[in-house]
Design a protein around this ligand. Structure first.
Ligand code: TRP
Length: 451
């Protein structure tokens, strides 16, 4: 029990275990699976990256996700309250605080890119994307993000949509939307993948994604990229599983549910890769074009393929809708915290968070135009926020969570997951106590140039 903190009489709950899985997949699947996964995989050798990525998911991602869900379900509170319910020491509660802070910080810049996706969806629907940008997609994109106000407008629309859903509550907002959207996204991504592999010349793209070049395993950067991507894509270390797990009743099985979420998120990324790379290769474009891949390279691909404008519209719908359901979780995590801490009603807490993340994202957007010269070591404002969260805040939160559950809270964690006395449970705790911390520390030292 949390001491001294006011708590609503009855905590909201998911309707069922299935809706928890669907809502959490909806939260985890986002720009990370499509936009970030495709450019990071593209820059890091495709198949070799994919292999390391899947290993990172199994060794670090799944154990951590399960640890976070166990803390949330046991604590029945927001990210900070749940850690506090499990442990008195401040350092562990810090993991929850880093989570709430991390979610907030990600949302600041995430909504900016989500707004870009929405703009491209609108452009694909009304045809302007195809007409105006045809001659020069790069110039079109650069001019759009450099404009001081237009991207901010789209970012505002995204913030407003996500805030409205969160204000509606767990069942009537989050669950109601994700129940429809998540299966729809899965359907679209599978459809796009089938379309992708049926393109002429698709084999080169599939090779790129599925036949590894073993020599690349010697490059340390690939491990850094894979772990960072695993954290980002699964939304690890930022209180997602704690917060969403806290809306789960005691009678549900955590291991199966969390496993399904992790598998679902990973599959969505792989299938998105199957949708994207064959097309990129078939049209002779560069898979390593970085963050601009989906906004500049892909529209050219769509324009040249049969029925491309329809495929393109579906693709940008996928991107915008996935970004929306991920943004919902990013607003929900701090909202749950404020509702308890300030004893505010849900609407007020959600609106406060929505306004705050919108406001702190505006400089990130300006960083591509009027504030382009604000830089820290060649990184603009948005990249610096991303770097700080992905390489510092999230790994640190994940490290604390792994150490906490591995060394201090193993018994309750095993009971909460029903794994007491099982070989699986013993392996899980050992991974958390030793392997996960070592991997995170090694990667962290590498990222900061100390190793
Ligand atoms: N998992 C999300 C994605 O793949 C990214 C993400 C991680 C996120 N943490 C978040 C989004 C917090 C919003 C809030 O796109």
């Amino acid at each position: 029990m949390t001491e001294g903190a006011p708590r609503p009489a009855r905590r909201e709950q998911w309707r069922s275990q299935t809706t928890f899985v669907i809502a959490t997949i909806g939260a985890a699947v986002g720009l990370g699976n499509v936009w970030r996964f495709s450019y990071v995989a593209g820059e890091n050798g495709g198949a070799t990256f994919l292999l390391v990525y899947v290993m990172a998911i199994l060794v670090v991602g799944l154990p951590l996700a399960l640890a976070e869900s166990a803390i949330g379900r046991a604590g029945q509170g927001d990210a900070i309250a749940s850690y506090r319910a499990a442990a008195r020491e401040k350092v562990w509660v810090g993991a929850g605080a880093l989570g709430v802070f991390g979610a907030f910080l990600i949302m600041c810049f995430y909504l900016v890119v989500a707004g870009w996706a929405l703009k491209y969806l609108a452009g694909a629907l009304d045809g302007r994307l195809w007409d105006l940008a045809r001659a020069d997609y790069g110039g079109y994109f650069d001019a759009f993000i450099a404009d001081p106000w237009e991207p901010v407008m789209w970012q505002l629309v995204m913030a407003a949509l996500a805030t409205t859903v969160v204000a509606g509550g767990v069942r009537h907002g989050i669950e109601r939307l994700t129940r429809v959207l998540t299966p729809l996204l899965a359907l679209i991504v599978v459809g796009l993948a089938i379309h992708g592999v049926s393109q002429q010349g698709a084999a080169a793209g599939l090779n790129f994604l599925f036949s590894p070049d073993w020599s690349l395993l010697r490059s340390p950067d690939i491990y850094l990229a894979a772990l960072g991507q695993a954290f980002f894509s699964l939304s690890l270390g930022m209180g997602l599983y704690v917060t969403y797990g806290s809306y789960l009743g005691r009678d549900h099985r955590l291991v199966g549910a969390t496993g399904a979420v992790v598998a679902g998120d990973t599959l969505m990324a792989i299938v998105a890769g199957i949708a994207i790379f064959p097309a990129v290769f078939a049209f002779g474009l560069d898979p390593a074009s970085g963050p601009r891949l989906v906004f500049i390279t892909l529209p050219q691909v769509f324009l040249e393929m049969p029925a491309g404008t329809l495929v393109g519209a579906l693709f940008f719908f996928l991107l915008a809708a996935a970004a929306l359901s991920a943004s919902i979780s990013g607003i929900e995590i701090p909202t749950a915290y404020l509702m308890r801490r300030m004893a505010w009603p849900r609407r007020r807490a959600a609106l406060t968070v929505g306004i705050a993340v919108f406001a702190c994202g505006v400089p990130a957007s300006f960083g591509f135009g009027i504030w382009a010269d604000v830089q820290w070591g060649h990184r603009g404002i948005l990249e610096s926020m991303d770097y700080l969260v992905s390489n510092v805040v999230l790994p640190l939160g994940g490290l604390l969570t792994a150490l906490f559950v591995g060394w201090r809270w193993a018994g309750p964690a095993l009971r909460e997951t029903g794994l007491t006395g099982t070989a699986l449970g013993a392996a899980w705790i050992r991974l958390l106590a030793i392997v996960v911390p070592l991997v995170i520390v090694a990667i962290f030292l590498r990222a900061t140039g100390l190793l």
